[in-house]
Each structure stands twice: as C-alpha cells, then as structure tokens.
Design a protein around this ligand. Structure first.
Ligand SMILES: C[S@@+](CC[C@H](N)C(=O)[O-])C[C@H]1O[C@@H](n2cnc3c(N)ncnc32)[C@H](O)[C@@H]1O
Length: 407
C-alpha cells in the first residue's frame, strides 16, 4: 500500500472521528482499517497471504486440509441431494481449489459460489482456481450479496469471523466502588501530544448506556458459573456484534444444510477468563504478531479470537442446530488426515526428500496442540440435518463445553 493511500485512510479516520463528535467506536475503526473501499487492509491491492504477505492460513500448510473439508462437505451434500457450496472470504482461493480438485477426482460435481469483499482477492481466486483446473473454474461463480432465502447446501467461513469488527467494553471496579461499564473507542490526540511516528488518535473510554451494562453483567454472571474470580479492574470485553448479526442473516438464508465455521477461539468461559484481561485483538504484519491495533491502519491485519459460545447461541435463537464443535486436530483426524498422510508416505520412495519432509511437517503443524491443532476450532451449525452423524465430529465433540445453558 502506498504512502498516499495510507495518509488518506488516516485522513478518513480522522474525519470520521470528528463527524462522530470526537469519539468513534472501536468497531467502526476496525471496519475502516480492514475494509474502507480502496484503502482498507483487505480492500487494497496487496495480498496478505503467503510468504510475501503477512500470514499463512491452513490450506497453504497442506493440500490435504482441503481434502478433509471436501469429504465433510460432500457427506452433507449427498445427504440432502444438493451440489451447492458457498464460501465466504475465500482468501487466495487455495481452499476452494483444493475442495474442487477433490470433488473432480471423485467425480462429484459441485456448484461453488464465493462471496468476496475484496476485488484484489477475487482476481487472485480466479487466477488460482483457473490455473488449477479449467473444469473447476467453470463451476465457480462470485456473488455480490447473500443468495435469497432457500439456500440448500454447505456454507463455509474459514477464518472469516476473526476479521469481523468487534466492540470493546471495559470493566471498571476500583476497590470499594460499584462496577461501571465503559465502551472503548478512539478520540483525537491534542495537537501537542501527536508525534510523527504514532497515530493521531488514542483510546478513549466513555460510560456505556445501561442496556449494554445489563448485557455485560449477564455475560459475567454466566461465565462466573465456571470460575469464581471476578473480572479485574480494566478487563477488556470484546463483543462480536457484527459476527452475531452475520450469523443471524445466514440463518435466514439457509433452508437446509450446514454452516461450517472454522477459526481460532474458545467457549465464552475460557474466552473471558480473568487472566485474559487484555482481550485477544492482535495485528499481523510480515509474519510478526503485535498488539498495536491503532497503528498503521490499512497496512497490517487486525484480528480477534472468536467467542464460539455466542456464535452457537445466536444460531440456536434463529432455529438452527448445533451439530458439532471440536478442535481442529480432532476434526482432521476424524476426517482421516492421518490415513491420507500414511497412504501417501507408503507410496513415496524417499521420505527424506525436501518435498516429503515438508508435506509431513505440514500435517504436524495442523495437528499439534502447540501449533494449530487445539487453538483452531470447527463448529457445525445446521438446519434439517437432524439424523446425520457428521464424520468430522464423531469423536471428541465438545459441544457440551460451550456452556450454552449458562451463557
Ligand atoms: C483472515 S482472511 C481469511 C481468508 C481465507 N478464508 C483463508 O482462510 O485463507 C479473512 C477474510 O474474511 C473476509 N470477510 C470478512 N467479513 C466478510 C463477510 N461479511 N463476507 C465475506 N467475507 C468476509 C475478508 O475480506 C478476508 O478476506
């Protein structure tokens, strides 16, 4: 991203703060930093993915990742007699290419649709899927908006929820004082405070209205049923308002099938542990993680972990079912990743080659608890699949740990 577009995104944010009478909610800042047309991190022309970008996601770690997802998707499609897959935010198109490639190999046609907010990424997806297979490319279409209600098939959101803006609230409870709730936003620094190398805005907390305080107290009460400690003074609560609204809108569209959510995160009582008092917001730039979320808007990724309890809760409120929730390692093993890897290894003459070692290292990274195996979760939200035993969630299902009765 060029300096001038950086400056103009800063100008736009500054203007937005002024237009909002000097205080802009963090969610609106995050939305602009990621998606401001032409300037946001995901709306610019630079690709965030891969070695030259800022981060790597699972499909780039092993091609078998997409095979595992494809098997789960096809089980659902076969059950309901559909061929429709809808992927949100398809990144560099690698996962779509892997799923389509698997379907082509087993001769199972899929009508693959993608909703992509970024024009640059859409082009990248078209190039990658087209290069992988002309037949696969012919099965893909890009939608500008959600389909009409009546969708039957599988919806897929791979690391999409973590890129949705959150509201920030601050729990204040000085000793002896009553609890007070503030919302965290941005205000402009006084001219003397602004330095060239720091953003011209800073965090400003303002008392939140009583309806929010009631919701936040209810969340605290629900989580405290799992642990006895109070939240400390200054504890940050990330509220996934946009992600919740998004799930509600998908629930309105899905007539029969599966919404598969894949992301890093926890159930509410772990997400809002008193020890996690700083929250989970983080930045990624050139493969380095950081916490300076207000700096360099448009030039670094800003993401947040997912509170999976709240995702399941809104889906249930909309009449969907929770058909499974488990850690990534468990889903991939249920889908046979180790069998795929071991058949492949047996077919190889030399497992000491660089290519063989990198394939097997990829599997290790996806499964290892210390890497992605435990932090990343798979959640299956469904409608009209009551009698289907989803392969990916057969063993190690943790739906019971979401605390849905309490939260
Ligand atoms: C971290 S990237 C993940 C990309 C890709 N799925 C992967 O795993 O490599 C997050 C993506 O979610 C997309 N996104 C966020 N909100 C979205 C929405 N409401 N609809 C579609 N895509 C969305 C962003 O544009 C971005 O491309």
């Amino acid at each position: 991203m060029s300096m001038s577009s950086h400056q103009s995104l800063s100008d736009l944010i500054r203007l937005e703060i002024q237009k909002a009478s000097g205080w802009l909610g963090f969610d609106r800042f995050m939305g602009m930093a990621l998606y401001a047309p032409g300037h946001g991190y995901y709306s610019g022309h630079r690709s965030p993915f891969g070695a030259q970008g800022d981060f790597v996601t699972a499909p780039a770690i092993s091609p078998w990742y997409g095979d595992c997802l494809a098997r789960q998707i096809i089980q659902v499609l076969d059950t309901i007699g559909s061929d429709q897959v809808l992927e949100f935010g398809a990144g560099d198109g690698r996962l779509a290419a892997q799923i389509l490639n698997y379907a082509e190999q087993i001769k199972r046609p899929i009508g693959y649709q993608i909703i992509e907010l970024s024009a640059g990424l859409k082009k990248q997806q078209q190039d990658r899927i087209g290069q992988a297979s002309a037949d696969a490319f012919a099965q893909v279409s890009w939608l500008e908006r959600l389909p009409d209600p009546g969708f039957r098939g599988v919806m897929l959101a791979h690391e999409v929820l973590d890129a949705m803006p959150v509201r920030l609230f601050v729990h204040r409870c000085e000793p002896q004082a009553q609890v007070q709730w503030f919302e965290r936003g941005l205000g402009l620094k006084a001219s003397g405070q602004a330095r060239d190398d720091s953003p011209p805005w800073q965090f400003v907390d303002r008392l939140c209205d009583p309806s929010w305080a009631i919701r936040l107290e209810a969340l605290k009460h629900a989580c405290q049923q799992q642990w006895q400690e109070d939240w400390p003074d200054g504890m940050i609560i990330e509220w996934h308002e946009q992600a919740q609204a998004w799930i509600r809108s998908l629930a309105g569209v899905l007539e029969q099938g599966l919404l598969l959510l894949i992301d890093y995160g926890f159930p509410a009582h772990e997400y809002y542990l008193p020890q996690r008092e700083e929250g989970t917001l983080m930045t990624h730039r050139q493969h380095r993680a950081g916490t300076e979320v207000l700096a360099h808007p448009g030039e670094q990724d800003v993401s947040v972990h997912v509170d999976f309890t709240s995702m399941a809760r809104v889906a249930l409120e909309e009449g969907m079912n929770l058909s499974g929730y488990c850690a990534q390692a468990r889903f991939l093993m249920n889908m046979g990743l180790l069998d795929i890897a071991s058949s492949w290894a047996q077919s190889q003459g030399n497992l000491n080659s660089v290519q063989a070692m990198s394939q097997l290292a990829g599997v290790q990274k996806l499964l290892s608890e210390a890497e992605m195996g435990e932090l990343f979760k798979f959640m299956a939200l469904s409608r009209g699949l009551e009698n289907l035993d989803l392969i990916g969630f057969r063993q190690g299902d943790r739906s019971g740990r979401l605390g849905l009765q309490a939260c």
